[in-house]
Every structure is written in C-alpha cells, then in structure tokens.
Design a protein around this ligand. Structure first.
Ligand code: CA
Ligand code: CA
Length: 242
C-alpha cells in the first residue's frame, strides 16, 4: 500500500468523522429498540395466546439475528376465551424499547404466506398496543388498536403483497395521536403505500409482535426523532423522513 493511497484515505476518514459529528449535532435521538443481536427474546412477555418464536439467523435482515415467529403454531384460546389462529403476541415495554408520540419508528419485516399476517406493535404495555399490520390474507395494509391484545381496525387500505418478501415499515407518530404508516419496498426507500389513522388512547410504550401463517420475520426496530417541522403537517403524508 503506497503512501499516495494512504493520504487520501486519511482525508476520507477525517471527512467521515466530520459527517458523524454533524449528525450528532442533531439531538442523538436515533435509537435501536431491538435488533435481536443478543440472540434471545428474554425481554418479552406473551399475551393473548401462546407464542412459538425465537431469535434466529433466518430472520435476520441485518446482523446475525432477527425475530422469527413459527408458522406452525396451533389455534389457541386467548384471554377472552376466543380461539385465535396462529400465535399470541410478544411485547416488551422496558425503557430500552420505548417510543412515543413525536417519534418515527422503523422496522424490517418479511411477509408471511398469502394466508397470513404480520403485526408490528408500538405503544405496547400490558394494556395492549397499536399495530401496523401486513394483511396478506385480506390484501390490505392496516393500523389497528389492540386493546388487551385484541383487534380493532383504525384504518385499512388495499395492498397487493408479495409473500416472503422483505419490506420496511415506517411509523410517523405525531403528538396528539396522528399515525402515518409508510410501507417501503425491499430497497428500504421506494414508497409503496401509506395508511393514516388517529387515536390518542396511548401516547407511548414499548414494542410488540405477532404473526400467523408464517414464518414471520422481524428485525432492526429503530427510532428517529423528533418529527421535523415539515412532517407535522402530515396530511397526505408520504415519505417525510429518510
Ligand atoms: Ca438483527
Ligand atoms: Ca434480546
């Protein structure tokens, strides 16, 4: 390796250093809520049935591990005595997994089979959560409120899914209860669809997951924030924060 090459490299490192510092000047609010890289899901509790899930390499979008829900779970009686297909929920609401109104949350998830659904929960606690739902079985993209980990559609738009494909979901959670869920293609940046809802039952909480007719894969749950001034006027919101 010649010195002629090493000098530009050093300059590039310095430039990169400045770039990092520049980003840090924006309040360091980006955080990883879970990337499953510790190889376990011991932080999670189970609600509304039983769960067959683990941190696996197959479910990794980034790094070595992601969250995998088995596609083979049986029907189970939930806490209301109703038989629910597939699995219950996994949820956690410790400080490390907290996000609230004013945050933008991003997840990677690989769709299950055409008869299944993936639920991506936020605002989670023992009381329930909100969720963005990949509804392959109904060809729709949904925001739900899941009181006691039950199921209530707040908003639903049609969407033609591709089974077993990675998507990125971005949730823009505005102060006052506005929720805009953007669906991105496998490249993470091509916007495919948006569903918008409003509900102020919970202003923040942890994260949660559910899937049936999978396997359902989830990885790389991160937050950015606070929401920029532009994105607060989020009527007809598209991609506001990349
Ligand atoms: Ca990971
Ligand atoms: Ca873990």
């Amino acid at each position: 390796m010649s010195r002629q090459r090493s000098i530009p490299l050093a300059v590039r490192i310095l430039t990169g250093g400045f770039a990092v510092l520049s980003l840090s000047a924006i309040p360091a609010l980006g955080a990883t809520l879970d990337d499953f890289e510790d190889g376990n899901i011991t932080e999670y509790s189970v609600a509304s049935g039983t769960v067959t899930a683990a941190a696996t390499g197959a479910a990794a979008h980034d790094g070595n591990f992601g969250l995998e829900f088995s596609g083979a779970a049986p029907f189970n009686a939930d806490q209301n005595g109703r038989m629910v297909g597939g699995t219950g929920w996994l949820w956690r609401d410790d400080a490390g997994a907290f996000a609230g109104q004013g945050d933008i949350i991003s997840w990677w998830t690989r769709s299950p089979s055409s008869t299944g659904r993936n639920y991506i929960g936020f605002g989670a606690s023992i009381a329930g959560c909100y969720s963005v739902v990949l509804g392959l079985n109904t060809a729709s993209f949904i925001i739900q409120r899941n009181d006691n980990y039950d199921f209530l559609n707040l908003a639903e738009v049609p969407h033609g899914w591709v089974a077993f494909k990675w998507y990125r979901v971005e949730l823009i959670w505005s102060v006052g209860g506005g929720m805009a869920a953007n669906l991105y293609d496998t490249d993470g940046t091509t916007l495919l669809n948006t569903v918008v809802a409003a509900d102020n039952t919970w202003a923040g909480g942890g994260i949660a997951f559910r899937s049936f007719s999978g396997p359902g894969y989830f990885d790389t749950v991160t937050t950015q924030g606070p929401i920029s001034v532009d994105s607060k006027s989020w009527g007809g919101v598209k991609s506001l924060y990349r």
